[in-house]
Write a protein that binds this ligand. Sequence first.
Ligand SMILES: [Zn+2]
Length: 259
Amino acid sequence: MNERVIAPRILFWDLETSGLKADMEHLICFASQFADEPKPRIISLLDFPKDHARDPSDDKALCKAAYKRLVAADLWVFHYGKYFDSRFMRSRLAQNGHKPLPPIKWFDTWEAARNHFALGSNRLDALADFLNISDRKTYLNKRIWRRARTGHVPSIRYVNKHGYADIILLKKVYDQLKVIVPAYFDLRRFNLNPKICAHCGHSRLVSQDIRPRLSTGGFVRRLQCYACFGWTYQKLTKSEVNEYVMHNVLGSSKTAHGT
Ligand SMILES: [Zn+2]
């Protein structure tokens, strides 16, 4: 069986909206990319020209198209999406009379940066700069934003480009953060081969050492990935534990007693 078939699908996504409050504002663009897709996909109000000509704030068809992609994912990756994008999306779906999203696991790069780094700013561009990622968000001035809010087509196209660039940046930031943040998502649970990197699925792991496992007792082997440098812990089998104890714990106690 192809291992990719059973791997969870990760969706990177971001909303561009006309404002911050979902009861007053609407979606302009839904930018997203599944991890197995070659490039981001943009769905915007301009993809529904008839609706847009009738009412430039009508995001019903856009919500429906976004829903199809959101619901096909096993993990959402977004930046500040826990607090903004997911809530805004749920609100617009509800107001448009759409069925609700199922509960889906998420990874918020803003939250990961806040919890694991000590940076002056956790904004996506600041975080990318800190991680030495050379891509930049496109600059969006307030005039473009104001026009896009009113349905001005060239400005919406510009907002779409902004969303596209955001997803490219988000994906690169995530690739670095996922090996720094302690195991939130263990790829081995979904793979036929348990001897892979928990973070990226690479099969070449370098065994570093064997350590006691404080949470449950016993011992684990600590491995580091050759590709992403992420840490993966492997439980030792009973015979491996016995061998380790014989050679190390008992061996050292013999030395301690001078026998
Ligand atoms: Zn890896």
